[in-house]
Design a protein. Structure first.
Length: 170
């Protein structure tokens, strides 16, 4: 089956002159030296390839095994050298593929944090996707560490580190 698909892709390029789109450029690859332990690296997808100065959609995933506590707030921090922009009106949260109602999304540009508040706490044990649409990628390529922190309901009001998305824009 793999050989057949490869042959079809190559044939279509030769006959039409168009290249097939590769999803590999928009997914995280193997990261050897990042400073982030493997168990703390979170999966993600950039729907439009992560090109500089272009609009993109970031699908930031949190695996079910990382969701050990219910979540009343998600906080995504990013480095000071990331100069992209976010659209707070185009943020969605999905739990096990189902959309969750949000009460508020705040973007603190000075503090470099996006805060997402679901109307009801997101239950523990489910796979979560944070979808940031209409993101304007930075003007310069690079590797950006987006950290995920959570606040559990009824907990001490301190954010807990959940993991890091290592996002590459080229």
């Amino acid at each position: 089956m793999r050989r057949l698909l490869s042959t079809l892709a190559l044939t279509s390029c030769l006959l039409t002159g168009f290249q097939t789109i590769s999803w590999a450029q928009s997914l995280p690859g193997l990261t050897l030296f990042s400073g982030v332990k493997g168990e703390n690296q979170l999966p993600f997808r950039l729907d439009f390839g992560g090109q500089t100065n272009s609009t993109d959609r970031y699908i930031l995933r949190i695996p079910a095994q990382k969701m050990k506590l219910a979540v009343a707030q998600f906080a995504i921090t990013y480095p000071d050298y990331y100069n992209g922009t976010f659209d707070t009106k185009n943020v969605e949260v999905r739990v096990k593929g189902k959309k969750v109602a949000l009460s508020e999304v705040k973007w603190n540009q000075e503090g470099r944090v996006i805060e997402i508040f679901p109307q009801e706490p997101v239950p523990a044990g489910g796979r979560v996707e944070l979808e940031l649409s209409n993101v304007q990628n930075p003007a310069f390529g690079g590797v950006y560490y987006f950290n995920c922190q959570i606040l559990s309901p009824g907990d001490v009001p301190l954010l807990r580190y959940l993991g890091t998305w290592i996002i590459s824009v080229s």
